[in-house]
Design a protein around this ligand. Structure first.
Ligand SMILES: Cc1ncc(COP(=O)(O)O)c(C=O)c1O
Length: 437
């Protein structure tokens, strides 16, 4: 027997470091989204899986001139280390961006991060000990679930409906956590055009949710990368605008400007901001100075509001293509959400179909999606999938939905003939309301 024998190789042969990993590394596995990346990016496959922003509308010529100008005139600063707190001018400009959502933050209370993903990491790092509870909508953003797992926090999901997080479900979750003698450290929520569900928290729920959390002494972490991407130009008030003392707001330029620059931020209550700066320093020393200066220059010299408007229009056209195709092709029994912004539709399929088990068949039929189980920490979501409309053209979206509907119809026939696949898990708490069917 050799260790190359695939029949006989053990986990230790595959990774001789297995015994050495910290406990928090053991659960680190590729997310369903990442695992799909290779197949989904084959040209013949219509990918409704990835959530990459579509940058085609960016003014590349003027941006390259700006970057050249920054290096020519401020190169020694732009190419140097900066402070972990972030470039001061950019922090001031971020206050103007957040003012659109009613937030009145001070530039000192902002920490610039390498995307809001890093902000999520820092917040979890400073608040969560192993076994602490993080409350999160069910379903929730894969990248956040990965971060919570890496700090060995326990995620307790809170149900949503078509109006976002349900306040009564939050009360019940808090009561259950308290009964179990555990500590809920924060509520993680994506109130606008949620990833993956595509729903938005109703305005009249926001103050209630903020108030419940304050009463239970649970911090709110408001993750808002899509807030300015409402398809009718609507902008919802941030939770942070309702309670500056108990809400950490996470923002990002990834969806409204350029994801590859990796510039995001956290606006935190003053004492928390101190800890975030220290944590940022130990994680990365500072976010890239050049990238921060590029964003700052872009905000100062470009009509960024008009640019966001053209992103809104492009994504709205794609959303319409997806909703129209779903209406036209989906077999009876499927339901889906109807986002009014952002990138995602959340589809629920009839009983008996397991979206993860169906996935290889869908890829064979040249369409990719993300199975719902990846968006839950507790195995829910087997009858759900996330469909992204942000990247492919409207024609490709229509074709992708047509292919997906054909796969689902065949799968349903199999269920009719042979009975349902053995259930792996029940479906998640997000039950689309009748008007989303
Ligand atoms: C809800 C949510 N939060 C955070 C992020 C991370 O964004 P970034 O690190 O690019 O700012 C994403 C990216 O898709 C997201 O969907």
């Amino acid at each position: 027997m050799t260790s190359n024998d695939p029949q006989r190789s053990t986990r230790h042969d595959l990774d001789p470091h297995l015994q050495r990993y910290a406990a928090r590394a053991v659960g680190m596995t590729a997310s369903e989204v990442r695992a799909l990346f290779a197949v989904a990016s084959r040209p013949e496959v219509v990918s409704l899986a990835g959530g990459m922003p579509n940058l085609a509308a960016l003014p590349l010529d003027s941006l390259s001139a700006e970057v050249a100008q920054i290096i020519a005139t401020e190169g020694l600063t732009a190419l140097q280390y900066g402070s972990a707190h972030g470039v001061p001018k950019l922090r001031e400009q971020i206050c103007d961006v957040m003012a659109l959502e009613g937030v009145t933050g001070h530039p000192d209370d902002i920490v610039i991060t390498v995307g809001s993903q890093m902000a999520l990491d820092l917040v979890t790092r400073i608040f969560c000990d192993p076994g602490d509870v993080v409350l999160a909508e069910g379903p929730s953003y894969v990248g956040a679930l990965g971060t919570f797992a890496s700090y060995e926090a326990d995620v307790v999901h809170v149900a949503m409906d078509e109006h976002g997080l349900v306040p009564d479900a939050l009360r019940a979750a808090l009561a259950a956590v308290e009964r179990a003698g555990k500590r809920a450290k924060f509520l993680y929520t994506i109130p606008n055009f949620q990833n993956p569900a595509g729903v938005t928290m109703a305005v009249d729920r926001r103050a209630e949710i903020v108030e419940i959390c304050a009463r239970h002494r649970v911090l709110v972490v408001e993750d808002n990368p899509y807030g300015l991407l409402g398809f009718d130009g609507q902008i919802y008030p941030a939770l942070r605008s309702m309670d500056a003392d108990n809400v950490v707001y996470l923002g990002s330029f990834s969806k409204t400007f350029a994801s590859g620059l990796r510039v995001g931020w956290a606006l935190a209550p003053h004492a928390v901001r101190e800890k975030l700066v220290l944590a940022a320093e130990s994680a990365a020393l500072c976010a890239p100075t050049l990238n921060q200066m590029v964003v700052s220059r872009y905000l100062a010299t470009h009509d960024w509001k008009s640019q966001i408007k053209s992103f809104q229009e492009m994504y709205r056209e794609r959303r319409d293509a997806m909703l129209g195709a779903l209406e036209q092709h989906m077999p009876p029994g499927c339901t889906w959400t109807r986002p009014d912004g952002g990138f995602f539709v959340w589809l629920t399929v009839p009983e008996g179909i397991d979206t993860k088990a169906m996935q290889p068949r869908a890829v064979t039929e040249r369409v990719a999606y993300v199975p719902g189980t990846g968006f839950y920490a507790d195995g829910f979501g087997s009858r759900q999938m996330r469909l992204s409309f942000c990247y492919p053209t409207p024609e490709r979206i229509r074709e992708g939905v047509r292919r997906l509907a054909a796969v689902l119809s065949e799968e349903l026939q199999l269920v009719d003939t042979f009975g349902p696949a053995a259930p792996r898990s029940s479906h998640g708490p997000l039950t689309p309301a009748p008007d989303t069917e």
